[in-house]
Every structure is written in C-alpha cells, then in structure tokens.
Write a protein that binds this ligand. Structure first.
Ligand SMILES: Cc1ncc(C[n+]2csc(CCOP(=O)(O)OP(=O)(O)O)c2C)c(N)n1
Ligand SMILES: [Mg+2]
Length: 515
C-alpha cells in the first residue's frame, strides 16, 4: 500500500522527536502501517474513539512534556474530525504533529477525498507531505517554534509543496507581540514605578521561572493558562487574571491601583478582555529574554515596590478562603475537599463553565503541573481528553477532572481508556442542571432559561456501565458524602466517577464579582 513511504524510518523518527503515546483512529492504509512501525520503535499507541479527542490528547501530551504530541488519522472525514482537535491545539499553543492518510490509490477513486488544506487552513501552522523521517523532524521543530501549535502532514508517496496558511497578527498561531527594546523600557519604567504587577502567561511554560517569580517583591499573577507557573503558595502569588475579572477578582483588586504592568509570555488569545494597569505602561516581555542577568536586575529594581501595595497579593488567598467558606455547598467547597481528601498530590484538570472560573481562583497549584485546563480556548468538551492524557503521561499522579453539564457529554466514550489502562482519574461532575455560564447571560439579556436547562441525564449510571465505580450526591449531606467517596478512592486501582448536584440559584450566584 505504501511502498514509497519509508514507514520504518517514520516510526523511528516519530519515537525520537515526539512524545508518546501516538493517538490514532487508523484506517487500513499507511496510518495502520505507521502504528505498527511506531510501536516497533518502542512508542505506546492509544486508539481513540474520535479524531478530535485523539488530537486533544496529543496536544495535552505536547503541553505537559514540551515535545510535540502525535496523532494519526485517515483522510477526508478523519482530517475533518482532526481539524477541531487541532483548533484546540492552535488556540492553546500546544505542539502537535499529525500524520493523516491521503489518496493512496492512483487508480481513479476519489472516495473520501476532501481538500485537506481547506479543512486545516484555520488551525495548522503548515500542511505538508510526509514520506521520510526528515519530514517529521521538520514538522516537530516547526510545531515547537513560537508560538507552539499544530503542524499537519499527509502520508504521501509523492512530495508536494507545503501549504502555509496565511494568518493575521491576531491569530493564535502568531507569536505574542514583543518590542525589541522591551527589557530596556522595562528597566526605566521600573525605576519610576512603585506599584508594579507582573502577569505571567502560557508562553512562560517550561522556562523554570517559578523560584525567581516567587522571590520577587511585587505581586505576580498568572493568566488561567499559566496557572501554577508561580507557586501559588508563595506570598507574592496574586492569583489568576483573565482580563474579564470583576471587582472581587485578583485583577479587580490589584490592577485598579497598579502603575505598571509587566506581562511575561502572555499571548493575546489568553485574555478574555483587556488587562491593563490603572496608570502607567504595559510592557510585554518574551520569556526567552529573561537571562539570569536580566532576572537579577529586574529583581533588584523591584525591591523598591510599595510594601502596602505588595501586600495586596494576599487577596488571592483571602478570595480562596471566602469562596470555600460560603454557606452553601458549591464547587469551591467540593474542590477544597478534593485537595484535602484525595491521596497523593492531585492535578486538577478543568473543562469550561462557571465551575471553572471558581476552580481557577480556588485551586492552589504548587507548580505548573498542578493545574491544566483550556485556559486560552475555553473549549467546552475537551476536559475528558485532557485528563486522560494527564493520566497517561503521569500514571503515578492522581488526576481530578472538574467537568460540568456541558463538557461531560462530547467525549464521554473516551473514558473507556481510563478503565482499560486503570488511569488514576477521578471525574468530578459538577452539575447545576444546565449551562450556568450561559444562563447568566440569558438573564442579563432578559431571555428565558429555555435553552440553558437540561433534564437529569444520570451520567454516573453511564460511567457505572463503562465499569467505573460511580456515585451521585446531592442535598444536605453532600460535603461529608463527597469526603467519604474521595477517601475511598484508591487512584492506583483506576478511575472513579462522582456526580454532585448543586442548588441552581446558589450555583448561579457563585461567580458574582469574579467575572
Ligand atoms: C466548544 C464550545 N461550545 C460552546 C461553548 C459555550 N459555553 C461556554 S460554557 C458553556 C456551558 C457550560 O455549562 P456547564 O458545563 O454545565 O458549566 P456551568 O457553566 O454550568 O458551570 C457553553 C455552552 C464553549 N465554551 N465551547
Ligand atoms: Mg452546569
């Protein structure tokens, strides 16, 4: 079938340049040969139920390991499904290499033919042909080049000119804009500022900045996508800032008094709205520019920061405590129970919804491996695939997935992987009976709740059917019941599922002042 594709060589190079496992929904052509060859080269292979989940898992592996994740599919509909997962990778800035089949039969069939560049134009950095190992090497290094993202390959005997989609500056694939004299400007701005705030973005991942950031005198926040890059236990950790935070959110408290905002590795796609100081400049820095020398000089200049202002960073911990101690049992209290009752050091993964806004402020991430979400794309329905990938990369670390009524459905079938691989995954289904984040908008716009309420779907029964020990909780004894479920869960023995039903109106109010 694939006489002129150097399949053995491809397997070796994929194993050498990408992080496993390889995720696949294979066909009968070169994608199948590739799986065999990759496995032969020692890389694990995971079959997914959908190309989108396969790509989201590969993207998450790429984010966690710092090397591209990898996925293989058939042509046409395979690439169409892949495109949505690569859109996730593109919006999140996660490195991925995909290898898809093309027409292998020159005998005239156009069965399943689709225009792959047309399907992929909005998501990938490049689409090119792949027949030898060198093609994979090039794709892997392009995926890692700033801004990280997906590169797609077609398994082809015939070499063709790569398709490089043109994209505008605002595109998620473009690197974050940084002025060439940013460090010089920063030095002079710092000399005149007494209330500076640093905000770290996803571009700072894998730069090992945590200890330096924690040692600075000024408040340091992160975007949601960069949560944990500064240890959130550090006294100067100022919480998560999204550009859409309300008066009670860390940015509402700090930026309203700041006279300088320094952003490190913040990509415009990470922000839900403008993130600006009350006065003074905003200076964007490239994490690559932070040599040890530059870090030392910035650190020395920051020693002049106003002490009362610096102390405002503690508001992040005050907010966490207030959310957890609310009278009603809500996702904040559930997450605090997770943090205290799950054995080991769990990583929290969140899907998208109001529970996620709360989780970003409540969860304390000791480092960048402590929290993972769709912080840039806010792509509902990607949580299950992200959490599964965390379990595959770190089988010794418990992963807890917080997911709502919206995100639980799209990739539910992928949970079979957690069962079959005995992944240390707890699915915490946080339900208010509908789309709280959309309901809030509907109400402010005077619309009824008609398209934001969902009937009870008993997902826990479906989980039970997949072989996952499951529980459903609600009502007054929920807090203790949840603690009991969490304590009974032994991550080493495989997944567990718990649905928690909250009172809708209290749930609806929990993000007041935060968004
Ligand atoms: C792919 C995608 N489709 C739609 C949306 C819009 N959206 C954002 S949150 C949400 C509903 C979330 O509901 P749920 O998961 O129950 O969380 P809740 O807001 O109730 O906490 C939707 C539909 C999205 N973010 N992503
Ligand atoms: Mg909901």
């Amino acid at each position: 079938v694939s006489m002129d594709i150097e399949i053995d060589e491809l397997g070796t190079v994929v194993a050498g340049h990408c992080s496993g496992p390889m995720f696949a929904v294979p066909g009968g052509g070169p994608s199948l040969d590739l799986l065999h060859s990759v496995a032969e080269a020692g890389m694990d292979v995971v079959l997914a139920h959908s190309e989108m989940s396969a790509a989201v898992m590969a993207a998450t592996v790429g984010r966690l390991t710092g090397r591209p994740g990898v996925v293989t599919t058939i042509r046409g509909p395979g690439v169409a499904g892949l495109a949505s997962g690569l859109a996730f990778a593109s919006l999140e800035g996660d490195p991925v290499v995909s290898l898809s089949e093309l027409l292998t039969d020159t005998g005239g069939t156009v069965h399943k033919w689709m225009d792959h560049p047309g399907l992929l134009a909005a998501s990938v950095k490049q689409y090119g042909s792949c027949s030898i190992g060198r093609d994979v090497e090039r794709a892997a290094s392009l995926a890692l080049a700033p801004r990280r993202g997906p590169v797609a390959l077609g398994l082809s005997e015939v070499h063709f000119e790569p398709f490089r989609p043109s994209f505008r500056a605002a595109d998620a694939r473009s690197p974050a804009p940084v002025a060439s004299d940013a460090v010089t400007r920063l030095r002079s701005a710092l000399a005149g500022a007494s209330c500076p705030v640093l905000v770290v973005g996803s571009g700072a991942r894998h730069h090992d900045l945590g200890a330096w950031l924690a040692g600075l005198a000024c408040p340091v926040g992160t975007t949601a996508a960069a949560k944990g890059i500064i240890p959130e236990t550090s006294p100067n950790s100022a919480g998560v800032m999204t550009g859409a935070g309300g008066v009670a959110a860390p940015e509402g408290v700090l930026l309203s008094r700041a006279d300088l905002l320094v952003r490190i590795g913040v990509h415009p796609h990470e922000l839900l709205g403008p993130l600006l100081p009350a006065s003074g400049p905003t200076i964007d820095l490239d994490p690559q520019a932070l040599s040890l020398e530059v870090r030392a000089s910035i650190g020395a200049l920051l020693d002049r920061v106003d002490a009362d202002f610096a102390a405002l960073a503690a508001n992040a911990r005050g907010l966490r405590a207030r959310l957890i101690e609310q009278e009603d049992f809500l996702p904040a209290a559930a997450l605090a129970t997770v943090a205290s009752r799950v054995r080991g050091t769990p990583r929290l993964v969140t899907d998208t919804g109001d529970f996620c806004t709360v989780a970003e402020h409540v969860w304390s991430a000791a480092d960048e491996s402590g929290f993972l979400g769709a912080g840039s794309s806010r792509f509902m329905g990607t949580g299950i695939a992200m959490a599964l990938a965390c379990g595959l990369v770190d089988p010794g670390r418990p992963t807890v997935l917080a997911v709502g009524d919206g995100g639980i459905g799209p990739a539910f079938g992928e949970l079979t992987l957690a069962v079959e691989r005995r992944l240390p995954l707890l699915v915490l289904h946080l339900s208010d009976g509908g789309f709280a984040s959309i309901r809030g908008r509907a109400r402010t716009r005077g619309l009824s709740g008609r398209f934001t309420e969902l009937p009870d779907r008993s997902w826990w029964r479906a989980a039970e059917g997949l072989g996952i020990p499951s529980a459903t909780l609600g009502g007054t004894s929920t807090a203790e019941d949840l603690a009991a479920v969490l304590e009974a869960w032994d991550p080493a023995r495989g997944p567990s599922f718990v649905s928690v039903r909250f009172e809708m109106e209290a749930y609806q109010r929990m993000t007041e002042g935060l968004r």
